[in-house]
Design a protein around this ligand. Structure first.
Ligand code: IPM
Ligand code: MG
Length: 398
């Protein structure tokens, strides 16, 4: 637990409370201990930005930061012959939190499925038990102009996709090419248990937000979706304050671009969530903006939603916002550092309001800055916010 949060809990009139007495020996800092998997493409650039920003948070708030890099994806395959070396998996399982930049490289296209970079990510998600992937998509008011939608449609978009992450067609067996046949198979499978636990996460979240849940499926065709719908309806009975709607995924893809503000919490399966979250990125203006938190196990996994973007890798122009916002989710979910998480979110908003744009956010005639300059500005904004927090804490210190 962090020192400042304890100080804040002390009523101003209480004098020397026992809590402050315990603190007499010095500040108790949080230890932000992160396994960093930079991965492929723009992953290393984004991970470097996130590391620097976390450093800024740590020094502004007096926390300790440890970042432990490990290999994953194509870069791990090149070095170790496997996209998920044991050392990486062991470090991740020990946690307490994992940040992942991106995986994927066109050079892996010819590899067998288990050697592909994406296989590492899928195995990691499963080993960590991160069955709930939370993908917030809230349009920044400064970026309404670059939304793929007309401003009057895009303004006010503020939704969270709750994507089931460790089941469904991504993992179902049998899978692959059938020997001696021209058939290749993937299997869509969900158990009631899997649907119920992700549904509960979504209902809880809707209860803390605007109380609206839209469950997205393809129940007019798929039996698995019929099960999904029935379980969601049953779970809904435990959340009378949340209003529930069901929508077929094809309709949802259309409604998302015609009337995105109707959505609050969107609950859906692994594959549909993957597809719809890219659409949400386009509504917000760039996939580079979106963050994600994968939770449900003991260790949280935090990844920007954008992929490895090999076309711009190594140029230093990647948008670090998705990564930085994922780090904010990590501070909140894995370390319970709510003020710090908010400060990071606010720092990004401040920098956007100041007019800085990475190329993906800039119009054709607008100036843009590179990843490093954008990150510098976020670190500076965090430092200014931290200074204010420091001053406020000093006020209530003995
Ligand atoms: C995502 C990505 C991954 C997914 C890939 C890289 C395996 O697209 O996180 O959205 O499909 O889950
Ligand atoms: Mg995706």
């Amino acid at each position: 637990m962090c020192w400042r949060k304890r100080i804040w809990r002390v009523p101003r009139t209480s004098g020397a409370s026992s809590e402050l007495f315990v603190l007499g020996c010095g500040p108790i800092v949080a230890h932000i201990d992160v396994v960093a998997l930079a991965g492929d493409g723009i992953g290393p650039e984004v991970t470097e930005a996130v590391t620097r920003v976390l450093g800024g948070v740590a020094s502004a708030y007096g926390h300790e930061l440890t970042v432990r890099p490990h290999d994953v994806g194509w870069s791990a395959y090149e070095r170790h012959g496997t996209p998920l070396p044991d050392t990486t998996l062991e470090a991740c399982v020990r946690g307490p939190a994992v940040f992942l930049g991106a995986v994927g490289d066109p050079r892996a296209d010819g590899l067998s499925p288990e050697k592909r970079p994406e296989a590492a990510l899928l195995q990691l998600r499963r080993e960590l038990g991160c069955f709930a992937n939370l993908r917030p998509a809230k349009i920044d008011e400064q970026l309404v102009g670059i939304s793929a939608l007309k401003p009057e449609v895009a303004v006010g978009t503020d939704l969270v996709i709750v994507r089931e992450l460790t089941g469904g067609i991504y993992y179902g067996t049998p899978r692959g090419a059938e020997a001696g046949s021209d058939r290749t198979v993937n299997t869509l499978v969900y158990t009631e248990f899997e649907v119920e636990r992700i549904a509960r996460i979504a209902f809880e979240m809707a209860g803390r937000r605007r109380g609206r849940l839209t469950s997205i499926d393809k129940a007019n065709v798929l039996e698995v979706s019929q099960l999904w719908r029935a379980v969601v309806d049953r779970v809904a009975g435990d959340y009378p304050d949340v209003s529930v709607g069901h929508m077929f995924v094809d309709r949802a893809a259309m409604e998302l671009i015609t009337a995105p503000t109707q959505f609050d919490v969107v609950l859906t399966s692994n594959l549909f969530g993957d597809i719809l979250s890219d659409e949400a990125g386009a509504i917000c203006g760039s996939l580079g903006l979106l963050a994600s938190a994968s939770v449900g196990g003991e260790v949280g996994l935090y990844e920007p939603v954008h992929g490895s973007a090999p076309d711009i890798a190594g140029q230093g122009i990647a948008n670090p916002i998705g990564g930085i916002r994922s780090a904010a989710l990590m501070l909140s979910h894995s370390f319970d550092l709510q003020s710090e998480a908010r400060a990071l979110e606010d720092a990004v908003t401040t920098v956007l309001a100041g007019g800085l744009r990475t190329p993906d956010l800039a119009g054709p005639n607008d100036a843009s800055v590179n990843t490093s300059a954008f990150t510098d500005a976020v670190v500076e904004a965090v430092a200014l916010g931290g200074a204010r927090v420091g001053a406020a804490s000093a006020e209530v210190s003995p």
